[in-house]
Design a protein around this ligand. Sequence first.
Ligand code: OGA
Ligand code: CA
Ligand code: FE2
Length: 489
Amino acid sequence: MSSRDTSDGTTASGSTTSPLRPPSDRVPCNKTGVCSRSYFVVVMVFFHVYIINVIALLFYVHYNNGQEDASLDAPSRNPQRTEARPPPSKPAPLRDVSLTRIEGIRVGHVQKVSLVPSKVHEMRTLSLKPLLFEIPGFLSEDECRVVMQLAQLKGLMESQLMVQEGQEELAKELNLSPEEIFNLLDINQDGQLQLHEILTHSRVRDGIWLTPENLREIYAGLKADKDGNDLLSLEEFKLLSNDAFQRFLLQRGLKRSQLVRNSKHTWLYQGKGAHQVLQDIKARVTRLTRLPPALVDLSEPLQVVRYEEGGHYHGHHDSGPVYPETACTHTRLAANTSAPFETSCRYITVLFYLNSVEGGGETAFPVADNRTYDEVSLIQNNVDLLDTRRNCDKSNLKVKPSKGTAVFWYNYLSDGKGWVGEQDEYALHGGCVVTRGTKWVANKWINIDPDYQRQARYQQLVSQQAEDEDDEGFPLNPDQHASDTHQEL
Ligand code: OGA
Ligand code: CA
Ligand code: FE2
């Protein structure tokens, strides 16, 4: 009834002709019959408005759910498909696509998803930071077998070479002095190089996974850390030549287990002409992620990975951070800048387990749902959370490989406006060492440029080329194009 009081008051105070009287002065209601009828009318009006509101709310909820189901059941009717490929003659429209982001609700929440006609899948939320889901039975046993066989037929290559090329030239080209290099490495800017500062550098530069013990051994071998306090001063650092570490390691002989990644992989194209199973997987991923099909079509092929016993993949991000001077690998054709850095822009990772591993091989998310993220504390007191050969047991979350299960997560946050935002640091993950048997997984990455205009330009360019090439009967969707050279798959 407080609302009535307010409106009465407004009317009274709004009336300038009759001055406001104290309540006791108000005209007394002596016609009780009239009074009770008006009271009845007001109550009835209030009651009806209330009922109408409830009915409207029910309609709203029902209608909204219906829409969600419809878009899930029929992704091919998604109007975003045409929007995502604007006609080449028109300039790229500003933000006419809003990317769906699946809600996690809470850890352990299970939602039903319709991905194939004959079955309803259950999708469980594993973490909110990163937004991570698990879908058992995403692939059938037969599909897992076909994917592994196709990969074997094509042949798998080492995922990482023993020594990465080109790094030395880059350092020379940049022409940095020892002081400048020292400054770059000194992340916390305390004028000394801590073990973890050198370790991070060596992993990124050489792809060699040193442990703190390895590093101490190297310091001893090169007589670098004279005072033996695990810290390098600028003077101590200057005594080391640029590639002293690399040469030292090569002399000692490097094992595959000392690399960032110890696995083999190959790529399987999923466009027209590819094996039906590969095309089906792509279509299912589109339904799962509820993204415009064009975005999935233009993404990287399927990566199939095999780890032998003893194989691993240390902690990493599938995508790079977003800096103004960074360009995405997949849209570099459309980037009219000569960005000095290039990185993979993988909005989503869908990881499929193609077999159940006998021992180890979990996918670890060391900082999933951590309250805070502190990069420096990842390597501290000889505990390196990124080291999946040693410290998977200290990871916040581990997913056990189970044949046919898919997990998927977002490597970027939303920008709050329907597009890709900042990198999600919590999406850090790795493959724990396989202690028994082999492990087969596949990755489907969905590439989206955080720079909307660049993504739009890229798609415009590709659709333009596809049209041109169509006239000659030769499509140039990178996926489809590549499948022409891999007809056997
Ligand atoms: C990858 C990856 C995890 C795993 O291939 O990028 O993170 O469990 N794999 O193999
Ligand atoms: Ca330092
Ligand atoms: Fe990964």
